[in-house]
Ligand binder design. Structure first.
Ligand code: IUR
Length: 472
């Protein structure tokens, strides 16, 4: 039954918050004015926390249509400052968002590789929470690295280096912070419109020209199935496009850890391998594909395939590594460290290591990322509450790869730990996380399974979403 909000008038400040809660609770569509009021009331304290929680739960249960989701995104953006850049950067400002994975260090090589290809990358990243890692935590394994940069400092770094990776400043989308804290304690994090508005508002506030989304699915992702990931990706792409940012989403499989390292300092070393043109092929695949799509979206490549080649060149010819080192120096790392950092540098080493051995011979079919990440978190690599401190040296190196043959007794994982060694239960759980079968060795399927994008030509704006088929 449609529900009419009482007290409606021209001045949005005269809504009654409880009427808006009831309207959404009853399944009606909120008007743009009601959504604006919801955000303003959260900002100016007119809405009580319990009312915000009730409204977020009503949205979680009843959902929002694409128009409401777009309006919520726009109002979140309007709650704070919007970054502004020199006009000449208008078509080359790009960023990436990942829905979170295990061993996901893609941003570290991607930002400098894009910068080496002529883009400006004002990347705003987050910290790890739960079983997924955070880009800022990884970078903070490098002594001196500072993720706190003002918009003015960001502009200076973008002028001289072309990319920066920073934390979100308090004046950017402050309403999202209020909503997120309440979502976190009211079981409303997993709401499609709330995730969409939260993610996209921060990207819109960055004033970028193009955005790539890595929407993960699988056991170690937020979305267990490709169908759920596709729905989220379509919602994100929809809002991006409606608010003027050409956006493409890649759906990528997240069951095995990305690359061969999990844990902050170890992942930086692996990112450096990628920047040196070597290292894990699945990491390089994600970096070149996400970068390739961005170069295409912002007109620096004739196709995503050509863009991927340009990114691969930047990794192979050392230009991306140079940008990475220059970014570190600009963000506080001592020049002697920044200018020489390489995959053979010793970075924040854990005092202890334990190697586990394969319990049978056969082919490695799967290495389950989620239990590995949960055990590493328990050893201090991650945080379960936002206020927890982390141990950058804690992590794991995979010594075997999916698809290869292993012999019984061969070492398959090396755990790096500080003061608390593995318990017997953790050891058993790690042994259960590798699946070794009798099938013949195989080449793993690529991680990226589907691409969701809108046409970027202006005359095609607003037409239906184009989804390219499975890519092999
Ligand atoms: N990241 C965000 O920025 N917002 C969200 O709601 C989630 C992840 I879930």
């Amino acid at each position: 039954m449609a529900f009419q909000v009482a007290g409606r008038c021209e001045d949005v400040l005269q809504y009654r918050f409880s009427d808006i809660i009831a309207k959404k609770r009853n399944g009606s569509v909120l008007t743009p004015e009601e959504i604006r009021y919801m955000v303003q009331a959260a900002m100016n304290g007119q809405a009580q926390e319990c009312q915000l929680g009730a409204l977020l739960m009503a949205i979680r249960i009843r959902g929002m249509d694409p128009q409401e989701t777009m309006t919520l995104t726009r109002e979140l953006v309007a709650s704070g400052r919007v970054l502004q850049w020199p006009n000449e950067w208008n078509s080359c400002l790009v960023d990436k968002h990942s829905t979170g994975g295990v061993g996901d260090k893609v941003s570290l090589p991607l930002a400098p590789a894009l910068s080496a290809c002529g883009c400006k990358v004002p990347m705003i990243s987050g910290r790890g929470l739960g079983h997924t890692g955070g880009t800022l935590d990884k970078l903070e394994s490098i002594p001196g690295f500072s993720s706190q940069q003002s918009p003015e400092q960001m502009e200076t770094i973008l002028k001289s280096v072309g990319c920066c990776i920073v934390g979100q400043s308090g004046d950017l989308v402050p309403a999202d912070k209020i909503f997120y804290e309440i979502r976190d304690v009211t079981a409303t994090v997993d709401s499609l419109p709330l995730i969409t508005a939260s993610v996209m508002s921060k990207k819109v506030a960055e004033s970028i020209s193009a955005l790539i989304l890595d929407v993960k699915f699988g056991e170690a992702a937020q979305s267990p199935t490709i169908e759920e990931a596709r729905t989220l990706a379509q919602s994100l792409v929809n809002v991006g496009f409606s608010l003027g940012i050409p956006t493409t989403a890649l759906l990528s499989k997240m069951d095995n850890p990305i690359g061969r390292c999990v844990g902050n300092a170890l992942e930086v070393i692996e990112a450096l391998e990628c920047l040196e043109g070597t290292g894990s092929s699945d990491l390089r695949e994600l970096v070149t594909h996400t970068g390739g799509h961005l170069l295409w979206l912002c007109g620096k490549a004739a196709s995503a395939t050509q863009g991927a080649k340009l990114i691969a060149n930047a990794l192979d010819d050392g230009s991306a590594l140079q940008c990475f080192r220059a970014m570190l120096e600009a963000q506080g790392v001592h020049p002697d460290i920044a200018r020489t950092l390489s995959s053979s540098s010793s970075l924040c080493k854990a005092p202890h290591q334990e190697v586990l051995k394969a319990e049978r011979s056969g082919t490695v079919e799967l290495i389950r990322a989620r239990p590995i990440a949960e055990i590493l978190n328990a050893l201090g690599a991650g945080r379960s509450r936002a206020t927890d401190t982390i141990k950058h040296s804690v992590g794991a190196e995979l010594l075997v790869a999916v698809g290869q043959h292993v012999e019984k007794g061969e070492p398959w994982i090396r755990i790096h730990y500080e003061n608390s060694p593995l318990t017997e239960k953790q050891r058993q759980s790690l042994q259960q996380s590798i699946s070794i079968t009798d099938q013949p060795p195989f080449i793993p399927t690529p991680r990226i399974r589907e691409i969701i994008s809108f046409p970027v030509k202006k005359e095609e704006l607003g037409t239906t979403m184009r989804r390219e088929g499975e890519i092999s």
